[in-house]
Each structure stands twice: as structure tokens, then as C-alpha cells.
Design a protein around this ligand. Structure first.
Ligand code: 1PX
Length: 211
């Protein structure tokens, strides 16, 4: 994890995710999420309940990557094949694999859509835009549908404490506001490609509703 956060670090990791044949490396996917965790932690303790859930999920995937079957977890594609072939995924609740790699990564994958929507709205925002409003619009259009009322409520409270647009651009620590906007414009297509490849893979294997 980097000592100090910069948007560059996040985007670099997601760039590294794609192999030449368009598979998604789990190692870099979770490295991207680690950077986002360090960003969230720099926003204050009200975000810990969100970042601690992400940390748990990173840890689960990291454990798979480093245990004896680690090579099967090289890419999201190889993980899906390995876990499905070996019946390691609970397709309904109450099975014996509640923390499969597939269901754990699905949670991060859904959150990646939130990130993509949020960063895109930030990129095209104006000086009058409110980060908290952009953030909750993106949340309502993506992740919120998977969260129970109590989590949606808590997320709403946390989002109200987000810094304003100018301060937010500064925390991203990637140069002037215009630099940040340019950087987002270059990097978002890559995040979006990682998202879409994962989405298609999960859809093809009927994994989009894993409990
Ligand atoms: C470069 C700047 C961008 C800002 C980066 C911030 C990244 C935030 C990412 C939020 C990720 C949330 C992941 C949630 C995964 C999840 O859905 N987990 C739930 C289900 O898990 P389970 O194992 O039980 O099936 C879990 O219940 C989640 C709990 C935590 C609450 C999640 C609220 C999400 C709010 C999203 C708004 C984030 C605001 C960040 C501020 C910039």
C-alpha cells in the first residue's frame, strides 16, 4: 500500500489488471481496492465501516491467492472456472462455501460500478456540484439495490460528511483540478473495461446473484 494516497496509484493498479488476452488479474484488482481503502481512511473514521468491509473481502481473496491453490486464482476467469468445476461456490444460501472467491469478488465488482459512475460524474461536474450528491446518486444507481435499509441509511450519513468538490480534488492528490479531470478521462475507460469483462463473465456463468 502506498504511504500517501494518490489517484494515480488507484488507476495504475486497475490498468495493470488486464492481461494481453483480456483476463483480469486478481492480484492487481485487489491492489486497486487497497488503494481505495487508503483513500477512504483518509476521509475520516465515519468511513471505517465501509472500508473495513472492503478490507475483509480483500483479505479473503488474498488468502485464496496465497494458499496452495493460488495459481487457480491468477485471474478472475481462472477463479470462476476452478471454483465452478470443483463445486466451491454456493449458488443458494446455506451451503458449505459461504465465502467463495466468486461471491466475494462479486461484492467488489458491484462496488466498482459505483466507483465508475461516481468518478465519471466527478469528471463532468461543475464548480457548483456537491460531491455528496454525486456520490449518493451513483450509489442509488448501483450498489444501493443490494443493501438493506440500515446500510443504505448509514451510507447516507457517511456521504453527508464528504468534503466539497475542491477539497475532494485536492485529496485525490494528482495535480491541479484540470490534471485530475484529464487523468480521469484517460483512466475511466480502463476501469470500465475491467468492469465489463467481469460482468460478461459472471453473466455467462449465471453468477450475478450469488448469495
Ligand atoms: C478516488 C476516489 C474515489 C473514492 C473511493 C472510495 C471507494 C469506496 C468504495 C465503497 C465500497 C463499498 C463496498 C461494499 C461491498 C458490499 O457491498 N458489502 C456489503 C455486502 O457484503 P456481504 O458480504 O454481507 O454480502 C456489506 O454489507 C457492506 C457494508 C458496508 C457499507 C457499504 C456502503 C457503501 C457506500 C458507498 C459509498 C462510498 C463512499 C466513499 C466515499 C468516497
Amino acid at each position: 500500500m502506498a504511504d500517501s494516497f494518490s489517484l494515480h496509484n488507484v488507476l495504475d493498479k486497475f490498468k495493470l489488471c488486464l492481461s494481453d488476452n483480456k483476463e483480469v488479474y486478481i492480484q492487481y484488482y485487489i491492489a486497486g481496492w487497497r488503494e481505495l481503502v487508503s483513500f477512504m481512511n483518509s476521509l475520516g473514521s465515519v468511513f471505517y465501516f465501509i472500508s473495513s468491509d472492503v478490507v475483509k473481502k480483500i483479505q479473503i481473496l488474498d488468502n485464496y491467492l496465497t494458499d496452495e491453490n493460488g495459481p487457480q486464482y491468477l485471474t478472475i476467469q481462472s477463479m470462476v472456472k476452478y471454483e465452478l468445476d470443483n463445486k466451491l461456490v454456493d449458488l443458494t444460501k446455506g451451503g458449505s462455501h459461504p465465502e467463495s472467491g466468486c461471491r466475494t469478488l462479486l461484492r467488489l465488482h458491484r462496488a466498482l460500478l459505483w466507483l465508475q459512475l461516481f468518478l465519471e460524474s466527478l469528471r463532468t461536474s461543475t464548480e457548483e456540484s456537491k460531491t455528496s450528491a454525486l456520490c449518493s446518486e451513483a450509489y442509488n444507481a448501483s450498489l444501493a439495490q443490494y443493501h438493506p435499509w440500515i446500510i443504505r441509511k448509514a451510507a447516507g450519513v457517511a456521504l453527508c460528511t464528504l468534503p466539497g468538490r475542491d477539497a475532494f480534488f485536492d485529496v485525490m492528490n494528482a495535480g491541479s483540478h484540470q490534471d485530475v479531470i484529464t487523468l480521469l478521462g484517460e483512466a475511466l475507460p480502463q476501469i470500465s473495461e475491467v468492469y465489463q469483462i467481469t460482468q460478461d463473465l459472471y453473466a455467462k456463468n449465471n453468477l450475478l446473484d450469488l448469495p
